[in-house]
Write a protein that binds this ligand. Structure first.
Ligand SMILES: Nc1ncnc2c1ncn2[C@@H]1O[C@H](COP(=O)(O)OP(=O)(O)OP(=O)(O)O)[C@@H](O)[C@H]1O
Ligand SMILES: [Mg+2]
Length: 249
């Protein structure tokens, strides 16, 4: 299917705080194309996670539209949206969606189970081994570190092979080696022709390994860089922090 896998048009997102509405995203438009790995960067509180949740169909935009695989998330029924997420979308969020009563193996097998399939044991074991969790098959997430839990979520995405992967700081809680493993796995997913990855990161080295880097500032898309170096990313982040626009770079 031609066209972007993820498309946001003029997304605003507001939350109710007491009697007031607070707008977090102020009209963000962006797309992620097949075969692309994109990063979202920006200061804490700039709306990165909110944008990711909205683009992933976990939240609906207040105004504007989001299309996943060409389908408008606001036009789908709750059930249809849940089905679309279950079949086509993978999540690597640290605190998101691991089932505490299931083992690591069962968590990785869950998306296939929810579709009524029985995934081959080898596929699950292989995915866990790829993220360095060989021997953790029978371990439950509650006794795992944050980084280990995040790697279970990644193994689930590797076993599931969804078309679209959303990751929120996937390397944030990891040591250098585990971070490199995770990043490599995400890059391999993204660079299949009909798949893509959108990841939030604070790390210029991670961003520099993406095809495109989007910079959010106070809920606005401030800048975009294509195939930047880590130094260029760091320079623009500093600039944005100082000027708020990155205009001097
Ligand atoms: N469910 C919610 N209800 C009310 N306000 C929210 C909600 N979720 C996020 N916010 C607010 O929206 C703003 C942006 O939050 P968000 O989590 O998107 O930031 P972020 O860029 O991901 O930050 P960080 O880098 O710290 O993770 C924050 O001020 C936050 O308090
Ligand atoms: Mg966040």
């Amino acid at each position: 299917m031609p066209g972007p896998l993820v498309l946001g048009r003029n997304i605003t997102k507001a939350y109710r705080a007491g009697s007031r509405e607070v707008e977090i995203l102020h009209g963000v438009s962006m797309a992620v194309e097949p075969g692309e790995m994109c990063a979202v960067m920006g200061p804490s509180g700039s709306g990165k996670s909110t944008l990711l949740y909205t683009l992933a169909g976990l939240e609906l935009p207040s105004t504007g539209t989001v299309q996943l695989l060409g389908r408008d998330t606001t036009a789908l029924s709750r059930a249809a949206l849940a089905r679309l997420r279950r079949c086509e979308v993978g999540f690597v969020f640290q605190a998101y969606n691991l089932v505490p009563t299931l083992t690591a193996f069962e968590n990785v097998a869950l998306p296939a189970r929810l579709r009524g399939e029985k995934p081959p044991t080898e596929t699950i074991r292989h995915a866990l081994a790829l993220v360095g969790l060989e021997g953790f098959e029978e371990t439950r997430p509650v006794v795992m570190s944050g980084g280990e839990q995040q790697r279970v979520a990644l193994a689930r995405v590797i076993a599931q092979r969804p078309r679209i992967v959303f990751a929120d700081e996937p390397t944030g809680a990891l040591d250098t080696h585990s971070g490199a493993v995770v990043l490599d796995a995400l890059r391999q997913i993204a660079h299949r022709p009909d798949q893509c990855v959108l990841t939030v990161t604070h790390d210029p080295v991670v961003a520099a390994q993406c095809d495109r880097v989007l910079f959010l500032h106070d809920g606005y898309l401030a800048r975009e860089l294509t195939s930047p170096s880590a130094a260029e990313v760091a320079a623009l982040l500093t600039d944005l922090a100082v000027t708020g626009t990155g205009a001097s770079s």
